[in-house]
Write a protein that binds this ligand. Sequence first.
Ligand code: ACO
Length: 342
Amino acid sequence: MNLLESMIQRAQSNRQRIVLPEGTELRTLQAADRLLRDGVADIILLGEAQEIMTIAREANLINIEHAIIVNPRAHEKKELYVELLLELRRKKGMTPEQAAQLVENPLYLACLMIKNGDADGEIAGAQNTTGDVLRPALQIIKTLPGVKVVSGAFIMLTQTAQYGENGTLLFADCAVMPNPTAEELASIALASAQTARSLVGVEPRVAMLSFSTKGSAEHEMIDKVREATRIARELNPALLIDGELQADAALVPSVGSSKAPGSAIAGKANVLVFPTLEAGNIGYKLVQRLGNAEAVGLVLQGMAAPVNDLSRGCSVNDIYNMVAITANQAIGLKQNSEPKQL
Ligand code: ACO
């Protein structure tokens, strides 16, 4: 059984309530139909019931009738969510009028449902940009206690079994923090290690990437990676982490042992932490396109409840898999302990 099949099975055996704010989007509905058919999650669709059911009927999506449909403009908890949003954002200057308007935005409503305990996780991004999906989640759901920043990881299923964990690696941050400080980068490394352990089911070996290996070059950008490595070690002395390492030194045993002799990570890394968003975002897309790897994600890490973002070019299958991943994150967070090996 591969990683995704295991996650689907785990989600089926402990059904979570996943809210899909883009409830009138065809690929989203097609995925919802299959998810409901397979019992992967309880699905909450945001949108007008009549519009959703018309699209579903035209596309012959017979299982959509089992979804819970919430119309953002008119539902019984609307006032309660306005109050909740105001309570959370009043100090930031939000007015009652703004709150009343924002709760009708499905991306805000989804986060408020999660915050209020009416849903366990969210998937969006088939129609909306990453920034638009993330902003309400950062404002309403916020980070886990002790976590500095939310970041975005991809599980890279490569065809190069000699690297990572049989070809599987976790890449981060590929989506959120444009230019993290050393402290933020350390937080991204710790969150990535946790994602590798809880979602991929591997013991993380974290490489802090740069364009230098162990002092082969000097630059303030390299200093940041060294400092982040130091902070991460200080925060979690048991974590297997090393830096700064170039990508080849992190992955290839012969290069690792010549450029970073004695390193426990060089040549064996299964988690790659990129120094900036440019590097992470470009890096995962190159591996995906040129290396023909499957990029599973975007998995947001460090959030107090799971909210995940899709690419606007996503397929029905991508949405299906991301719902299973989101459900697994929700299960892991609820159990408040690391999920067993997947
Ligand atoms: N972790 C935790 N909280 C955060 C983070 C973070 N990484 N970033 C922002 N916040 C919080 C802020 O503290 C603030 O909280 P507050 O309002 O309670 O004080 C709130 O979120 C809003 O912060 P802003 O900085 O005002 O939010 P902004 O909208 O400017 O930016 C965002 C946040 C959307 C994440 C932005 O950093 C961004 O657009 N990042 C890049 C996203 C992107 O385009 N990625 C590439 C595409 S994705 C892909 O290809 C897979």
